[in-house]
Ligand binder design. Structure first.
Ligand code: FAD
Length: 501
């Protein structure tokens, strides 16, 4: 008998989502991720849980409809990580007509199956505070709803839920070879240590690396669909304005750029859109891309920014299932699941494309495709919260208040950050602490040893960057010396654990 029913290569949102869904159906699951969870594209997205208004322009109604419906499902499953967000779309007749936008938004509202999120309305930018930061030429806008998520933490929560349902999650474990017999034989490299596992079914959820894995790990001979890689860059600057709405800005090249309130004191600006070739692991924003984003902001806002204002910049690579379209922005954002079954050989499911927004549906579809191997399995994820998300979708303020009441030594911002990051699991982070000093060493911003220990024990954090950039965005607030102290603390914790094991 194989060690596992399902082996998943890739600890991004799609691999973690599939592992969660499969483990919840009672399957024995192993997930291997060569770096940290969400270290690939799944921490470099625009972090929107959205239908994708501009995909309507490309006629992707099926994708937009499915993605819109996911907004409220995910909001209920993780109300700590996902928040409703209102988007202000300033009218710019040189770009798109008001009538076209009105019709698009009507459709967006109509197919969106909203119960929680408010609908679209028109804004007078002369009187509405959303107009204040904008240039006076922008006098009218539409305002509509989508959601914003902590993408990297969403991956981690899927992996946690999978692990709590019995899955084995192995980070910093690279699948170097997978041999296909009646079961799969996987050769793994975990920080130089070789290991082998067997599994009945293999899922290749390696995102932008899906074809690299097919060629070098699975050594697949058969012709596969072509993958198009599309790079997108973001920058983070100090808050551009002091309200909580986002803007969606129409650009001269018919794309859109978002400005989104981010991590308290910052604004996230993105994204660019360009074809990409090369190793996705090395992707970084170019100076031209950063200038492009600054230029779009400067066209719309009264205050102007330059590349020097970018505190952080990151880029990611989408793996797009190539449907033959010519320009990157015209290629389908939908996903494709390719099941390769052969008599006498273990099955292979390959995942192409997908969005953060549709990961739960993608996982459900993936398990449906495999249903004939596991006839007992049933869909279950739409009704079940992710770890820490077992509270009402509009209950985050109450949770912050309870956190402050129970641990009154926390400042309001600290309590809010912890409640948003951990939801009801905040009690597992803070435990019996009665004073701030009980949380141990501090590493800058409001990061304490208690939180770092929790992240190492329950969320697979091993390096300082895992904590500063993926489990949180505290990297925006700590200096180099503080990051070095954190790295030192984590290395010691790691060594102590290894010597006691
Ligand atoms: C710029 C940009 C903006 C985006 N914005 C949004 C948005 O706002 N909303 C939205 O819904 N979607 C958005 N997306 C899409 C979304 O981010 C991606 O579709 C999604 O993150 C892909 O997840 P994944 O799990 O397939 O891939 P990844 O997150 O890249 O995960 C694949 C993982 O496989 C691992 N791996 C590879 N080879 C091996 C191996 N041999 N062994 C072990 N592990 C391996 C990699 O290390 C990687 O972590 C955006 C994408 C980009 C690029």
């Amino acid at each position: 008998m194989a060690d596992f029913d399902l082996a998943v290569i890739g600890g991004g949102i799609n691999g973690a989502g599939i592992a969660r869904d499969a483990a919840g159906r009672g399957l024995r699951v192993v997930l291997v991720e060569q770096n940290d969870l969400a270290s690939g594209t799944s921490s470099a997205s625009s972090k929107l849980i959205h239908g994708g208004l501009r995909y309507l322009e490309h006629g992707e109604f099926r994708l937009v409809r499915a993605a819109l419906a996911e907004r409220e499902v995910l909001l209920r499953a993780a109300p700590h990580l996902i928040r409703p967000l209102r988007f202000v779309l300033p009218l710019n007749p040189q770009r798109r007509s008001a009538l076209l936008l009105r019709l698009g938004l009507l459709l967006y509202d109509w197919i969106g199956r909203r119960k929680i999120l408010p609908g679209t309305h028109a804004l007078d930018l002369v009187t509405d505070p959303a107009g204040h930061p904008l240039r006076a030429t922008f006098r009218r806008a539409f305002e509509y709803s989508d959601c914003f998520a902590d993408d990297a933490r969403l991956v981690v929560l899927n992996a946690m839920d999978a692990a709590e349902r019995g899955a084995s999650i192995r980070t910093r474990t690279r699948c170097v070879r997978a041999e296909r017999r009646d079961v799969w034989h996987l050769v793994l490299n975990a920080r130089g240590r070789r290991d082998e596992v067997t599994a009945r079914i293999l899922v290749n959820a390696a995102g932008a690396w899906v074809e690299t894995v097919a060629e070098t790990v699975l050594r697949q001979q058969t012709a596969r669909p072509r993958l198009r890689l599309d790079k997108g860059s973001h920058i983070v600057v100090r808050r551009l304005y002091d309200h909580e709405r986002a803007y969606i800005l129409q650009t001269a090249d018919r794309r859109v750029v978002f400005t989104i309130p981010f991590a308290g004191d910052f604004t996230l600006i993105g994204t660019t859109d360009a074809s990409f070739a090369g190793d996705p692991a090395t992707v970084t924003p170019t100076a031209a891309e950063i200038d492009y984003l600054c230029g779009v902001v400067n066209e719309y806002f009264r205050s102007s920014i330059t590349a020097a204002d970018a505190i952080w910049a990151f880029a990611g690579v989408r793996a797009l299932y190539d449907d033959g379209a010519r320009k990157p922005q015209d290629i389908g954002r939908d996903y494709a699941l390719l099941l390769d079954e052969r008599f006498g050989e273990a099955p292979l499911l390959s995942v192409y494309g997908g969005k953060i927004t549709t990961h739960r549906r993608l996982a459900e579809d993936a398990l449906d495709r495999l249903a004939h191997f596991f006839p007992q399995s049933r869909r279950w994820t739409a009704q079940n919260p992710l770890p820490g998300g077992d509270f009402p979708y509009d209950g985050i303020d109450a949770l912050v208040a309870q956190t402050l009441q129970q641990w009154p030594f926390l400042g309001a911002d600290h309590a809010r950050r912890l409640a948003h990051a951990y939801g009801t699991r905040v009690r597992n982070v803070l435990g019996q602490a009665a004073r701030l000093d009980d949380l141990g060493q501090r590493f800058g911003a409001d990061l304490t040893a208690a939180e770092v220990r929790y992240l190492m024990q329950h969320e697979w954090a091993q390096h300082a960057d895992d904590v500063l950039w993926r489990r949180s965005k505290l990297g925006l607030r700590v200096n180099a010396a503080q990051a070095a102290a954190l790295a030192d603390f984590m290395a010691k914790q790691f060594a102590a654990k290894a010597s006691s094991a």
